[in-house]
Write a protein that binds this ligand. Structure first.
Ligand SMILES: [Zn+2]
Length: 204
């Protein structure tokens, strides 16, 4: 054992990214939110499917293409059933696919509200001096690294920045930026001698 506490944090976004689109009814750019409903249209042997978004001001809809003029026999039957029933796992997967959304919508807003599920990977000897966090991010999330650390470790954001400045907080891979969103596989190593929050980090 060493004096390093190793943990894994899984970061689950709560709010799906929202595109900004010119709403035909409002007459100006508005945020649109996924309705978690999929519309499927079968025309002969061709199938179209859209995820329906709604203007957050007036409720007007925008159809985000999922399938376009696809031959029905090339579609997995289970997938087609999930589309027709607006299966919640599937709608979530599409709603959180920020890259796919950007290709359709241009400007997309991401949100930083997220659930952080903590797991201890290996215990340390006492007193603990260093925390190593392995970040697991199954879906892209807008949560900045410095904000996440401040929230979860109960430190001020300026303390987090100053730890980084003096080299007591190091992010891997090299070049990772604390002011940017946390990414899958990121590893954060923080020296925290004398820190009083260790029991809280182990507790969840
Ligand atoms: Zn509108």
């Amino acid at each position: 054992m060493s004096d390093v506490l190793r943990v894994q944090w899984t970061i689950i976004p709560r709010t799906a990214p929202q595109p900004w689109l010119t709403c035909s009814r409002c007459g100006e750019p508005r945020r649109f939110r996924s309705s978690d409903k999929i519309r499927v249209n079968a025309n002969g042997k061709r199938v179209d499917a859209w995820l329906i978004y709604k203007c957050t001001c007036c409720g007007s809809t925008w159809n985000r293409p999922i399938l376009e003029r696809r031959q029905v026999q090339t579609i997995e039957p289970d997938f087609l059933t999930s589309l027709r029933t607006s299966d919640s796992m599937l709608t979530r997967r599409f709603a959180f696919d920020v890259e796919g959304l950007r290709r359709r919508a241009g400007r997309v807003e991401e949100f930083d509200d997220a659930l952080v599920i903590r797991n201890v990977l290996s215990e340390s000897t006492m007193p603990t001096r260093q925390l190593e966090i392995l970040c697991s991010v199954p879906e892209p999330v807008g949560l900045r690294v410095d904000r996440m650390l401040a929230n979860e470790l109960q430190l001020s954001r300026s303390r987090v920045q100053s730890l980084a400045k003096i080299g007591e907080l190091v992010a891997f891979p090299p070049g990772s930026h604390l002011r940017r969103a946390v990414r899958d596989g990121m590893r954060l190593v923080i020296d925290l001698p004398g820190y009083s929050g260790w029991p809280a980090i182990r507790a969840r």
